[in-house]
Design a protein around this ligand. Structure first.
Ligand SMILES: [Zn+2]
Length: 510
């Protein structure tokens, strides 16, 4: 069965084929970097991560762009309140977003365009819309899109266009507004004194100002994707359901009026909300849970991913402590099976009973793939993994060694969902981390933060331990203590052995 995806544009689950197979252009609306992204935002990014991973596992060559909205109403308000320049204010949240992304094992996009770095293409887009007569300058100095001059307006969100409020007297300048307020929207907002104060104003032929939020995505997507693919149409555009209107509707209007193409993206995918005890997570309700809260509580990303993937992306997901506890135990169960599978030596030469493993692997993979091909049905794919683990454990209990294809099938599933706990750093592994005398440690170039990858984190901690031993040898005890504290903050303990070796180990491991 081939991949089918639910397309908001058609309201159907349609067979997916890209314009230039095997290449796929994927644009996903990224975070507005005015705050720490909450777990509701990350539910969307996890659904998009699954989409990306499954496309790649299906043999597609994906080019994934995720924008960073670093200039809009929210970021400017935040910078004004903090009394800091916009660029400085947003930088901390960009860095936090990347750290949270790595914690949740979300594959990095191939490009993270920042809106403030694409002002040129945005100005060019507005100029052409003005020249085409679909945009006009309001008496407030801002430039607006005239929805009445774009007959397809409302196609994605299925607005009743007879009800549209049109004309210059009915325009809206806020970035976010409701469906009832469908009217001419701002492409470019004339500079206000507070914009100038925080550095959020740029010169343009149609007046000094700054871009509207919707304009940003159109300009960045067209600039990056069109240049690379030689087309003005994206294969897939994705985001959360609340972006259908007005954000994506406005993106379509601007982009298609600019390119003359009938579509901006062929597939529009939208992920449902995450609720907390039945309520949408938002600042207003004071029920915000961030990815960094979970990270600080020591929650394993595998369990978070399992909880999220246990609900289909087009269904509402209600987050609760009980659901997370259940996901943690499920993730552990899968992790234990992974470890058992890896420990057993491969049965060489092939024994007749290996066929049981091969049959199990083939059956499980077929179920797994059919589920994800059916509009990314992750709950069904997870069920296939749990059954694989249950039946596999029974085979292991009866002393049948796993076949190579069984291990390979399990690893492919893991590679798509990434729902098992981070591998435990066992005592045996750590003994091998004893330090041999080595060349000059490059303390200055060692980062203060460990890499996300567990194996790279061991190398990082070991490198610091080596620097510390040099510091001790030079009787630089304050530096040695500083390094011990640095490692401890990141969960590593250093042990100086009597034989002169030094071990680093995860705090709490054997
Ligand atoms: Zn967008």
């Amino acid at each position: 069965m081939a991949l089918r995806l639910h397309n908001t544009l058609t309201r159907h689950t349609d067979p997916f084929t890209p314009l230039d197979p095997p290449r796929v252009s994927l644009y996903t609306c990224g975070p507005t970097v005015y705050n720490y992204a909450h777990i509701g935002n990350f539910r969307t990014f996890l659904f998009e991560d699954l989409l990306r991973r499954w496309l790649e596992a299906s043999g597609y060559d994906v080019f994934h762009v995720m924008n960073l909205t670093d200039v809009d109403d929210k970021t400017i308000n935040g910078a004004v309140k903090a009394g800091r320049p916009l660029a400085e204010y947003t930088r901390q949240y960009v860095e936090a977003f990347f750290a949270d992304r790595d914690y949740l094992r979300i594959l990095p996009a191939h490009a993270y365009p920042r809106a403030t770095e694409f002002i040129g293409p945005m100005i060019a887009l507005v100029e052409r819309l003005l020249a085409n007569g679909v945009a006009y300058r309001g008496d407030d100095g801002s430039v607006y899109f005239a929805i009445a001059r774009f007959p397809a307006y409302g196609k994605l969100s299925r607005l009743d266009t007879r009800e549209l409020k049109t004309g210059a007297s009915e325009r809206v300048s806020a970035d976010e507004y409701a469906k009832e307020d469908a009217r001419d929207f701002a492409l470019w907002k004339t500079a206000r004194p507070e914009d100038e104060t925080v550095g959020a104003a740029w010169d343009a032929p149609f007046g000094r100002g700054r871009p509207g939020w919707h304009l940003e995505c159109s300009a960045m997507a067209l600039d990056l994707v069109a240049k690379r693919f030689g087309r003005d149409v994206l294969d897939i555009h994705a985001g959360a359901v609340d972006l259908i209107f007005p954000h994506h509707e406005d993106e379509i209007a601007q982009s298609c009026a600019y390119t003359g193409e009938p579509e901006f993206a062929r597939f529009w995918l939208h992920g449902e909300f995450l609720t907390m005890a039945g309520t949408k997570m938002s600042k207003r309700f004071g029920n915000i849970l961030t990815a960094r809260d979970l990270h600080e509580e020591g929650k394993d990303a595998g369990a978070v991913r399992l909880l999220v993937f246990n609900t289909h992306y087009r269904q509402k997901l209600d987050w609760s402590d009980d659901a997370l506890a259940a996901a943690e135990s499920g993730s552990r169960r899968l992790g234990e099976f992974r470890d058992r599978l890896a420990e057993r030596p491969a049965g060489v030469p092939a024994k007749p009973d290996e066929s049981a493993w091969t049959a199990l692997a083939e059956r499980s993979w077929a179920r797994f793939a059919a589920a994800l091909d059916d509009d990314l049905n992750a709950p069904q794919a997870l069920a296939a993994m749990f059954d694989f683990a249950r039946e596999g454990n029974a085979l292991l209990d009866s002393g049948v060694n796993p076949s190579a294809d069984a291990r390979a099938a399990w690893e492919r599933m893991e590679g798509v969902l990434a729902v098992t706990p981070a591998p435990a750093l066992s005592g045996r592994l750590l003994a091998e981390q004893s330090l041999e005398p080595a060349g000059e440690p490059a303390a200055a170039s060692l980062p203060g933060e460990p890499p996300a990858d567990p194996a790279a984190a061991i190398a990082w901690a070991t490198a610091w331990a080596r620097v510390r031993r040099e510091a001790k040898a030079a009787r630089n005890y304050p530096e040695a203590d500083r390094i011990r504290d640095l490692l401890r903050r990141h969960g590593w303990e250093i042990r100086d052995n009597r034989d002169g070796t030094v071990e680093v180990k995860r705090a709490g491991s054997a």
